[in-house]
Structure formats: structure tokens, C-alpha cells
Design a binder for this molecule. Structure first.
Ligand code: SD4
Length: 329
């Protein structure tokens, strides 16, 4: 289990104005001991990085008995709208031509899925992904097609390139050396996994992708089975990091299938990281982080490099947990 769990912060939901009570009783609580405590297991919100505010927004829906799907859609909109989060939505770093292009997907407890890839000018790609899922016979829309669909659905066209991201991009252009650097900051792509009071699972993943990517590049985040996978019988998983490595190993699907075969979420995340480490000679230079949860509400996480954290919210509060890594500090 997560014996190296380290609580970076503990925040009661009541402190966030959300009315939940209690604190974690011990700073070395583990996923399994949380499960056996008297605190009810569900709902539960698990997200990549220190996304406490996103978890709080999702919790606002869940504590009223809301659906996991609504919770993930609501939760991930927090970093999408946050101009200081330069990895997601508005304020995201552009591609090498200066265009902010967004990838997002959503998946519900019935196995329905919707995604947008390389979507420009829309602040909340996750809402468009949900519309693709619910309003079209398709599962993925890309580029101009996705934008036209969003505009037809009444979404507003906006400039997503903030002055800060523009200035940084212009600085980058002076040398224009392309080297993907993902996950060195603590506020990266958000993947969110939720089990609601009814015990149903849904997930969402949204990102502006790798900074200064080639125009048209799509990462793992909007691709079913890579950046996100949900199976209401087994559990759910999501990824952050260098999308190419996640895509090539179909990481989130792999984790859910490993859980189906009996692995714990922790063992499944470790195995998925090992697959990348075994096959990619350059794995010491790339970050990939996975989080997963099974139907019992047990949590697991693992990354290639140190520095990855997740935010976990239960009735008892929110904890931000440092994730064990394949390459040690
Ligand atoms: C991508 N996986 O586009 C995303 C980027 C990311 O943390 O997760 N960064 O490859």
C-alpha cells in the first residue's frame, strides 16, 4: 500500500465552506484504514495534482446526492477557468504556433464517453465533451469540427491565450527548442475520478496538452483507455504526464483491466508504470503519473519520477498525498 504516503496538507471540507465534519485522525492514515473506519466510503473524489478546489466543487454536488458525472464535470471546470493554471483550459500554454488547443474527455457509469481534441477558443472543453457524449452519435470531435459543434451548442468563442502564456511563448520562440516537460509543476493536467453516494463511477480529464507542441498534436488525455477509463463494475483510472508514453501503453485501460484480474489499485498503477519503464529507454526523462480507484473506494497511485501528488476527498476531508515513484528522489 502507500506506505510512503505523506500528507502535504489536510483541509476540512467545512474549512472550504462545504459543511463536512471531522479531520483525518492520523497523518499516516492509509487508503485501507480509511476504508475500514466508520467514515462512509462514498462519495469519494480523487484527482491528479493539488486540485483541492476542484475536489471541493465536485463535493458540492456529491454531498447533495448528485451524480458522479455531474461532479466530475463541475470539478474540472475549476482549473479550466483558472488562468494561473497554465496546463488546463483558459491560460493554458499554446502550441508552437501560439494557439491554445485543448483536449478533454468524460466517461460515465454506463460506459458512455465523449471527447474533444485540439479544441480552440472554448474555455470549458469538458462541457463540450459531455455534449459530444450526450447530443451526438459520436464519441470524439476534433479541431474545427469540435469548435463548430461547440458554437452550435451555444458556447461562447473566447481568446484563451493570456498575456502571461503569450509572453512565455514568445520567449520560447527565441530558441524554439522542443522538449516536452510535463509535471514539473504541482498544478498540471487534471484527471478526476469520482464514486457517488449510489456507488456509481465517472471520470473526466482535461488539459491544454504539452506546451509548444506541434500543431495538431493530441495527447492521451482525451483518448479513451489512455488518459481515462471507467468501468462501473471494476473501478477507474486516469493519467497525467507525457501523453505519448501513456498512449503507447493504453495506461488507464490497462490499470482497470489489472484491477479486474484482482490487483489492488496500487499494484495496478505500479504495473502500468513498469510497462513504460521496461519499454521506453528514455523513461528516466519523462514523467507519467497514474491514479486509480476500485469499486470499494480503495485508492492507488504511482509515477515514474518523484514529485507527483494527488488530492483525495472523502466525508472526513481532503488530503494531498505525495505519490511513490519508480525513480526515487
Ligand atoms: C498530454 N498528458 O497532453 C497530457 C499532459 C499532462 O501533465 O498530463 N501534463 O500529454
Amino acid at each position: 500500500m502507500l506506505n510512503r504516503r505523506h500528507f502535504l496538507s489536510r483541509t476540512t471540507l467545512s474549512a472550504l465552506g462545504l459543511g463536512a465534519s471531522g479531520l483525518f485522525s492520523s497523518s499516516c492514515t492509509t487508503a485501507s484504514s480509511a476504508k475500514s473506519s466508520s467514515i462512509s466510503k462514498f462519495p469519494v473524489v480523487l484527482s491528479t495534482w493539488n486540485n483541492q478546489k476542484a475536489n471541493a466543487a465536485a463535493w458540492g454536488i456529491l454531498e447533495k446526492g448528485g451524480r458522479a458525472l455531474d461532479a466530475v464535470e463541475q470539478g474540472v471546470q475549476i482549473p479550466e477557468a483558472d488562468e494561473n493554471d497554465q496546463s488546463v483550459g483558459y491560460g493554458g500554454r499554446p502550441d508552437r504556433d501560439g494557439r491554445v488547443t485543448l483536449d478533454a474527455c468524460i466517461m460515465d457509469e454506463q460506459g458512455n464517453y465523449g471527447a474533444v481534441c485540439a479544441l480552440q477558443h472554448i474555455k470549458h472543453p469538458i462541457k463540450v465533451a459531455r455534449k459530444v457524449m450526450e447530443e451526438t452519435p459520436h464519441v470524439i470531435l476534433v479541431g474545427d469540427g469540435a469548435l463548430n459543434f461547440a458554437l452550435e451548442q451555444g458556447f461562447e468563442k473566447e481568446n484563451l491565450l493570456t498575456e502571461k502564456s503569450k509572453t512565455e511563448w514568445q520567449d520560447w520562440l527565441k530558441e524554439a527548442k522542443y522538449k516536452p516537460v510535463a509535471n514539473i509543476e504541482r498544478h498540471d493536467t487534471i484527471g478526476m475520478l469520482v464514486i457517488d453516494k449510489a456507488g456509481d463511477c465517472s471520470g473526466a480529464c482535461t488539459t491544454s496538452g504539452m506546451a509548444y507542441k506541434l500543431a495538431g498534436r493530441v495527447g492521451d488525455s482525451p483518448i479513451i483507455g489512455a488518459g481515462l477509463f471507467v468501468d462501473n463494475e471494476i473501478g477507474l483510472a486516469t493519467a497525467t504526464g507525457v501523453g505519448e508514453a501513456v498512449l503507447k501503453s493504453v495506461g488507464s485501460f490497462l490499470i482497470v483491466e489489472l484491477m479486474r484480474q484482482g490487483k489492488t489499485p496500487q499494484e495496478a498503477c505500479e504495473e502500468a508504470v513498469m510497462r513504460i519503464a521496461k519499454k521506453q529507454a528514455d523513461h528516466k526523462e519523462i514523467q507519467v503519473g497514474y491514479i486509480a480507484m476500485n469499486k470499494a473506494g480503495e485508492v492507488g497511485a504511482y509515477s515514474i519520477l518523484p514529485g507527483f501528488v494527488y488530492a483525495l476527498t472523502r466525508e472526513s476531508g481532503t488530503e494531498v498525498v505525495e505519490v511513490p515513484s519508480y525513480i526515487k528522489k
